[in-house]
Design a binder for this molecule. Structure first.
Ligand SMILES: Nc1ncnc2c1ncn2[C@@H]1O[C@H](COP(=O)(O)OP(=O)(O)O)[C@@H](O)[C@H]1O
Ligand SMILES: [Mg+2]
Length: 373
């Protein structure tokens, strides 16, 4: 079995590092405070949150993980919350919840026959709020009844704004009373939206959660992990580790993808050479091709120029933008902001442009001329 997973969150025991982040999140939660975990997609947020759930369970807390990805209405938000408790609680609290659940008022559901117009109206309908508030109050009721505290994780939290621009206000209005009963972790991959939810004074959750970023993985941790997992499965990563670290740039999912492909090309008892590495790297570019094209296609012309300047990293963004056919002026700045907010680039003072492409494979492909493989 290939020991490198790259397409779903990794189980707690398989995480590379993230020990400090886990410790900070646990300490913040058990001291009764909220956190927000913001990092680009596939940086290991969900994997870390799973480990966090295990860690607080050891402290005697309940842990409930709610994924808001793709919610369209407050009724969806309610349903996700309710189902998370139904699926994840264990022991006596699960029995308590089975009873409590039967007394919840129904959350609004939209019938398929009501059409798009009805959906939009209901999304804005204040009648959707009471059932949601009731579900948000579960950890408080549970604490009153069973004396147990709960860590509630809201993943892809920014998606609640799709359901309603007031969703954060509704959520705050309930959870602000949870004091001892519950702590919250709000996680998200849309950096700009997460910033406006928590760092904008006009928003309800302003200042309500301690910020924690995920940095790229440390090369020493990656090297040790890849080497060990190769050895544990009767292989030697050999000379390929160096180039793997160089290409993956500490990006968690890209690291695991490249390690997976390299392992696949290394026979049992064998040692990876430059040949296996080059094969694996080429194969990775083929696998991600459609995805890279889709990202590129979704960008405006100005954003494409900035992304290319950042990927090439030869000169400042403005000079490079002009060389790639852009006009001068403020539009490059606006494009930089969008690319940062959507998690395509991040500030890195060590580079010529001051930014780096988050996904190193996207960076390679863009800098290499954006051609098919
Ligand atoms: N700390 C880590 N150690 C090993 N692999 C990781 C780590 N963090 C992320 N990954 C890799 O990244 C992929 C995506 O992780 P995931 O937790 O789903 O990220 P996110 O929730 O940020 O999108 C996983 O399948 C795994 O391959
Ligand atoms: Mg995730």
């Amino acid at each position: 079995m290939n020991p490198f997973r790259y397409s779903e969150p990794v189980p707690p025991a398989e995480l590379i590092d993230r020990d400090e982040e886990t410790k900070v999140l646990v300490e913040t939660a058990v001291s009764g405070n909220n956190s927000r975990l913001v990092a680009p997609r596939r940086y290991g947020k969900t994997s870390l949150l799973n480990r966090l759930g295990d860690a607080v369970a050891k402290e005697g807390w309940n842990a409930v993980y709610v994924d808001f990805f793709g919610v369209l209405t407050l009724a969806d938000v309610s349903a996700r919350v309710e189902r998370a408790y139904a699926d994840q609680l264990q022991g006596p609290v699960a029995a308590w919840f089975a009873g409590f659940r039967r007394r919840l008022r129904p959350s609004l559901r939209i019938g398929a026959d009501e059409g798009v117009g009805a959906e939009l109206d209901l999304a804005l309908d204040p009648a959707a709020e009471p059932p949601l508030l009731e579900r948000l109050s579960i950890p408080k009721r549970m604490f009153e009844r069973t004396g147990t505290r709960t860590l509630v994780v809201f993943d892809e939290f920014q998606d609640v704004l799709t359901a309603s621009d007031r969703a954060d206000a509704v959520i705050r209005s309930e959870i602000q009373h949870h004091g001892d009963a519950a702590s919250y972790v709000f996680a998200g991959s849309q950096l700009g939206m997460m910033r406006s939810l928590f760092a904008d004074k006009r928003r309800a959750l302003y200042g309500q959660a301690r910020a924690l970023d995920l940095s790229p993985l440390d090369p020493a941790d990656v090297a040790e992990y890849v080497d060990r997992r190769f050895r544990d499965t009767n292989r030697d990563a050999g000379e390929a580790i160096g180039p793997l670290l160089d290409l993956a740039q500490g990006h968690p999912q890209r690291t695991m993808l490249l390690a997976h492909l390299l392992w696949e090309r290394t026979p049992p008892g064998g040692r990876a050479s430059e040949q296996e590495w080059l094969d694996a790297a080429r194969r990775a570019m083929v696998e991600v091709q459609d995805e890279l094209r889709a990202i590129w296609t979704g960008l405006s012309a100005g954003q494409r120029r900035v992304l290319t300047a950042v990927a090439e990293n030869r000169e400042g963004i403005y000079a490079a933008g002009r060389r790639h056919g852009g006009s001068r002026g403020g539009s490059a700045k606006a494009a930089v902001d969008v690319l940062v907010d959507t998690g395509e680039i991040y500030a890195d003072p060590a580079t010529t442009t001051g930014y780096r492409v988050v996904d190193p494979l996207l960076g390679e492909w863009v800098a290499g001329g954006r051609m098919g493989t």
